[in-house]
Design a protein around this ligand. Structure first.
Ligand code: SF4
Ligand code: SF4
Length: 272
């Protein structure tokens, strides 16, 4: 199964759930899809090695051959090309590498070059869990392309846990779009409740089966539980607002490694 761990907002405990779930299973892969700031390995401490560069094909325009017909700029739906009176301007950060402009150009004035977007790394040797992460270049906007490249390393014979980026925008869709199940992590706070509803809207639109994990449960706000009950959404697990868990987190230790009942909690969560 491919299981995505997502949340409507950052800081709810998505990485905590991803790590502890992965560490409770055997024969499992863990993918850190939060490619703008992957943090799973802060807790795992694996030595990482590069497995591939993620690149995007981009056009190079021969201005000598170009007759400024504007077909390429009219075609580019990402506004990466702008034909002015004397030349065609290209804005690399907007280009999605579709290649359409090169195919379309009647003067064969467009060749393709390559632009680096980031890289994919994996834990060296035989790690448990088998760990991969994507790393987006600083200032780069093509987040989803790096996530898609990362997900090509999913081994269908194994359970794959995908730690999705926070929010409900394109990188989240790229992470969770084709998974078998989505775990939405929330917390019993007003912000947690608000953003949970946004995340529920996304997984429902994508028709992905899902359940909820309530992190830092017991903060006194019961709206998340009331909402789940009213909507018929299964609450898979409640992780208590326990100082021991926070202390372990601050030391970079996943709590299933130190708390006797932690692993069982996650296995029960999976059975549900
Ligand atoms: S490759 Fe596609 S996205 Fe990039 S400039 Fe050409 S048409 Fe636009
Ligand atoms: S389609 Fe080709 S010839 Fe026309 S403006 Fe673009 S680069 Fe120039």
């Amino acid at each position: 199964m491919k299981i995505a761990i997502a949340s409507g907002k950052g800081g709810t405990g998505k990485t905590t759930v991803s790590l502890n779930l992965a560490l409770s299973l055997s024969d499992v892969q863990l993918f850190d899809c939060d490619v703008e700031e992957p943090n799973c390995n802060l807790f795992l401490g694996f030595d990482l090695e590069k497995v591939e560069d993620v690149i995007c094909p981009v056009p190079v325009i021969d201005q000598e051959k170009c007759n400024i017909c504007r077909q390429c700029s009219d075609f580019c739906r990402y506004n990466a090309l702008a034909a002015i009176s004397t030349r065609v301007l290209f804005f690399p950060s907007l280009c999605h590498g579709c290649g359409g402009c090169a195919v379309l150009c009647p003067e064969k004035a467009i060749q393709e070059s390559q632009r680096s977007l980031g890289l994919i790394e994996k834990a060296k040797g035989r790690s448990s869990p088998e760990f991969y992460r994507g790393l987006l270049n600083i200032g780069e906007t093509m987040t989803s392309a790096v996530i898609k490249a990362l997900k090509k390393h999913i081994d269908d014979r194994k359970t794959a846990i995908l730690d999705a980026p926070p929010g409900t925008s394109c990188p989240v869709i790229a992470s969770i779009g084709d998974v078998d199940y989505c775990v939405l992590v929330t917390e019993s706070t007003p912000f947690g409740f608000h953003d949970l509803k946004l995340a529920v809207g996304v997984v429902r639109a994508l028709k992905i089966p899902f359940g909820i994990v309530i992190n830092r449960w017991g903060l006194g706000d019961s709206r998340v539980e009331e909402y789940c009950k009213a909507e018929g959404i299964p609450v898979l697990l409640k992780i208590p607002n326990d100082l021991r868990i926070a202390e372990l987190y601050s030391r970079g230790i996943p709590f299933v490694q130190e708390m006797r009942d932690g692993k069982n909690s996650f296995l029960v969560c999976l059975k549900q």
